[in-house]
Design a protein around this ligand. Structure first.
Ligand code: SF4
Length: 475
């Protein structure tokens, strides 16, 4: 079947696509690459990847494009499911013969609910869905394809799970799909140089963080990796076909989870002279960081999450405050920029623990931060614990995001969801409205006129977003 891989239009600026861990609109316009759709697209000849939100493709244009395909695979998420069903229904109305599959964490964890959400959905993909997509596209009957659930009359049938792929080198590169179907100038993340291009060099994470979506739903607890040689070869190809890319990002859950392999990749990248960044835990040793830096590493995206020991224990972070301090010191010594991420509303947050996290963030004083609300997605341990303890807010089903803006879906005996929601803005203000971060940002602006213009735009977007977030639903 001629297959369209679709990240449909959604809320304005919604970055919930097939690559995003944080499924909501962000403070500044940001889009991750739809890598989880690009990968199966690379396996299916003559397919197309249509990533609507970054390319500003509206519903009408998207539906018109779908007319040319027999099979449409939509990447869905918990917050966007309803909207994605509406898109699927419109495609089905246009051509009732179109076969429609839904993939992504929500479909993998709740296949019955996903199929029940709309009659337009013919199949729901399981955990790692690359080969499932290919086999359905090749015409294999749904009843014989492992790793999916489907509808048989009124019955919903769940086929056996598919094993996770152990040899990731067997998958084709995504680079040519990006080149064919995406405009890389549409992808931007505040802390990365632009344009950037992102890849997965491995899947899964051995850490056990209870709130983290991908390893618990799609990618698993083992870090399965591509060989360093394969990564280096694809990067060389990417350098050639994307000469305008200023930075490459390795979006593996935790690129540093296998230090010898991270060092080997860095060694192979060094002669290429490329600038790259990646996700990391706050527990990497000095020598590994040094080798990565020498290999072209510019920035690490690091999940510190909280400054409270008890919360770190509750969420099974597996990194202590002391380790995080030492790691951050190493990065500063080596000139590696850190974008630190924090989460408010994890169990069991109080006003006091929020203050502790803010003080911890100020003490670390990394280049930039992101503060998110804890998002208890189905399939995560956080969701189950919250359900058992009565922490899910009463309007959980409708409140995980509103109009694309992340809402607080957890509440505790000593802290209401409204208080957690409001604390995000305070956190940002108290972190950034200090001389050091302000001066750091000004310095980068003075060095480069493009960065100057970009920061002005992002500053406007940030304050605009905060205003909308605060006043949302009041007009
Ligand atoms: S270390 Fe990061 S990627 Fe791994 S489980 Fe924890 S939050 Fe998720």
């Amino acid at each position: 079947m001629k297959t369209l891989f679709l990240n449909p239009p959604s809320f304005e600026g919604f970055d919930g696509g097939a690559g995003s861990r944080y499924q909501a609109r962000r403070e500044i316009r940001s889009f991750w690459y739809p890598t989880w759709l690009a990968q199966p697209a690379a396996l299916v000849p003559e397919s197309k990847l249509l990533d609507c939100p970054p390319h500003d493709i509206g519903v009408d244009e998207c539906i018109e494009e779908a007319r040319n395909y027999d099979h449409v695979i939509i990447h869905t998420s918990t917050p966007s499911l309803k909207n994605d069903c509406r898109v699927a229904e419109t495609i089905k109305q246009q051509n009732p013969k179109t076969v429609i599959g839904f993939v992504g964490a929500h479909a993998a964890v709740l296949p019955r609910e996903t199929l029940a959400a709309s009659k337009a959905v013919d199949w729901a993909g399981g955990r790692e869905f690359d080969y499932t997509c290919r086999e359905v596209a090749q015409g294999r009957p749904l009843s014989e394809t492992p790793g999916l659930s489907y509808r048989d009359g009124e019955r919903l049938i769940q086929n056996p799970e598919r094993k996770l792929i152990q040899n990731l080198d067997e998958l084709p590169w995504v680079t040519d799909v990006y080149k064919r179907d995406l405009d890389i100038t549409k992808y931007s993340i505040g802390y990365l140089k632009e344009p950037y291009v992102s890849f997965y060099t491995g899947r899964g994470c051995p850490a056990r963080c209870t709130f983290c979506l991908w390893p618990q739903t799609i990618a698993g607890r083992k870090y399965r990796v591509r060989s360093p040689e394969s990564v280096a070869a694809e990067m060389a190809h990417a350098q050639k076909i994307f000469p305008q890319a200023k930075e490459f990002f390795f979006d593996d859950d935790t690129f540093t989870a296998n230090p010898p392999r991270a060092r080997e990749v860095a060694r192979l990248l060094k002669p290429m002279g490329i600038t790259w960044s990646c996700n990391s835990r706050a527990n990497v040793g000095y020598e590994t960081l040094k080798t990565m830096k020498h290999g072209g590493l510019r920035l690490l995206l690091v999940g510190y999450e909280s400054g409270n020991r008890e919360i770190l224990k509750n969420i099974k972070k597996g990194v202590t405050l002391e380790q995080a301090r030492e790691f951050t010191r190493y990065c500063k010594e080596l000139g590696i920029i850190v974008h630190g991420t924090f989460v408010l509303g994890l169990p069991v947050e109080t006003k006091e623990t929020i203050k502790e996290t803010l003080e911890f963030a100020k003490e670390l004083d990394v280049f930039s931060i992101q503060v998110s609300l804890a998002a208890p997605y189905p399939g995560t341990e956080l969701y189950e614990t919250a359900k058992q303890n009565g922490w899910l807010s009463k309007d959980y089903d409708t409140s995980i995001i509103d109009d694309g803006i992340q809402q607080c879906a957890l509440e505790y005996p000593e802290l209401s969801k409204e208080e957690i929601f409001e604390s995000i803005e305070r956190f940002y203000k108290q972190y950034y409205f200090r001389p050091r971060p302000i001066w750091r940002i000004i310095k980068t602006m003075l060095k480069d006129k493009d960065v100057f213009a970009r920061r002005i735009r992002e500053g406007y977007e940030f304050f605009n977003f905060m205003w909308r977030r605060k006043h949302h639903g009041t007009d």
